[in-house]
Ligand binder design. Structure first.
Ligand code: KG4
Ligand code: ZN
Length: 383
């Protein structure tokens, strides 16, 4: 008989080792182009304390390629992970002897980076005899409002980043329902592509937002793809193509972009993204509110949540619906390891554990029940 691999999670009915009441957890994140480590401490019924959070970015390494290059990212993670962990422990003023458990992003993401993180986490856990938990990167984003604001379940979450766009009903630390998502590009990806085609620097979001400041959002009639389709699914790729066509027409007519053209295109594009996300958020709120949650709340996360026009639209929508609006500080909205350590703490307290059979998963849908999104996450890894 072939021996079967040991189960990665405890079997139903078996209880994992008890944990100390106050947990100090090391989190590790390396799923895209940020090498991150953090130490969190949490006592039951208290707010979690972020003792340290180190994020070593790789923007400079990928800049000339116009996107994240998986091989370069993987090599950089392999080189930097040890340093990130050392720096996180040093900033927290702790040694590994004072850590109670290790939480690591086990997916979804670029496989090379995720593997590096998982291998390091396994190594530390095995050598120190510490509990290990593999965390879904998207769960990290989705649970951030509990880390920053102790938000009670259930809440509605919009995750908008360079690789993802989805509405999630967050019912528990391991209970997520996806109400809808992008069927093609993520909004951050669309911002980045629009920046590129207008000759603006990367990352595109902040550059497009700055350029849009002086622009007229009404000058170009840009589409609102899927706005009329019922449900919460989204599409941003046609919008980007519409900007490309408008640019090409201006170039054909005037030999190039004139003063004001770029600003008007950016303002029009940004307004269209904000409109689309607000229209779909209204639908998602309807679904969420139909369950009559006791303290309704709507939270956003991901780099695109930094966009002031988008935030304003979503905040106004929530306010009109009598729903609390939460936008965590930007450093915790974008990729970081504090959210991974926090998700680890929440899930460890539910009894979840992994062991040395933990594997890195390039794809790992948060909601395994709803149908997978066609074409979503084209850039794949970045969440
Ligand atoms: O969450 P994040 O740091 O990384 C992941 O994708 O996981 O998000 C990065 C994305 C990039 O596509 C960037 O262009 C976009 O967020 N972004 C913005 C803004 N700041 C960052 N998009 C629109 N407006 C912004 N101010
Ligand atoms: Zn992310």
């Amino acid at each position: 008989m072939t021996p079967t691999a040991p189960p990665s999670r405890p079997l139903p009915g078996t209880l994992p080792e008890p944990l100390p009441e106050t947990l100090t957890v090391l989190g590790i994140e390396s799923s895209c182009d940020d090498t991150a480590a953090a130490v969190l401490r949490h006592a039951p019924d208290a707010m979690p304390e972020i003792l340290s959070s180190i994020v070593l970015g790789q923007t400079g390494l990928h800049a000339q390629f116009g996107g994240v290059v998986p091989e370069i990212a993987a090599r950089a993670h392999a080189e930097k992970l040890d340093h990130a962990v050392e720096a996180a422990l040093e900033q927290a003023g702790l040694g590994l002897g004072q850590i109670d458990a290790i939480a690591v992003t086990a997916g979804p993401g670029l496989i090379g980076g995720v593997l590096s993180g998982v291998m390091l986490a396994k190594g530390i856990a095995a050598s120190r005899g510490l509990p290990l938990i593999g965390v879904n990167h998207l769960a990290g984003h989705a649970l951030t409002p509990r880390l920053t604001d102790a938000l009670p379940f259930p809440y509605l979450m919009l995750l908008v980043s360079g690789g993802h766009s989805q509405f999630l009903l967050v019912r528990g630390a391991d209970s997520f329902t996806r109400l809808g998502g992008t069927i093609d590009d993520a909004p951050g990806e669309a911002f980045d592509k629009v920046a590129k085609l207008l000759g603006l620097p990367q990352p595109g979001g902040p550059a497009v937002e700055a350029e849009a400041q002086g622009g007229n959002p009404a000058r170009f009639a840009l589409p609102r793809p899927l706005a009329d389709r019922p449900g919460c699914d989204m599409s941003f790729s046609g919008l980007k193509t519409a900007v490309l066509r408008a640019r090409d027409q201006l170039v054909a007519e005037h030999g190039g972009l004139r003063a004001g053209d770029r600003a008007d295109l950016c303002a029009g594009f940004q307004a269209a993204v904000a409109d689309l996300l607000t229209i779909k958020a209204a639908r998602a709120l309807e679904v969420y509110l139909s369950d009559a949650p006791a303290s309704p709340a709507f939270a956003v996360a991901g780099g695109v949540a930094a966009n002031a026009a988008l935030r304003a639209g979503l905040q106004a929508l929530a306010q009109d619906a009598g729903v609390r609006f939460i936008a965590p500080p930007l450093a915790l909205c974008t990729d970081n390891a504090a959210m991974i350590a926090w998700t680890g703490i929440e899930q460890l307290r539910l009894g979840a554990r992994d062991d040395m059979s933990l594997s890195a998963r390039p794809r790992w849908p948060l909601d395994t029940v709803s149908a997978p999104m066609l074409g979503s996450g084209k850039r794949g890894a970045k969440a």
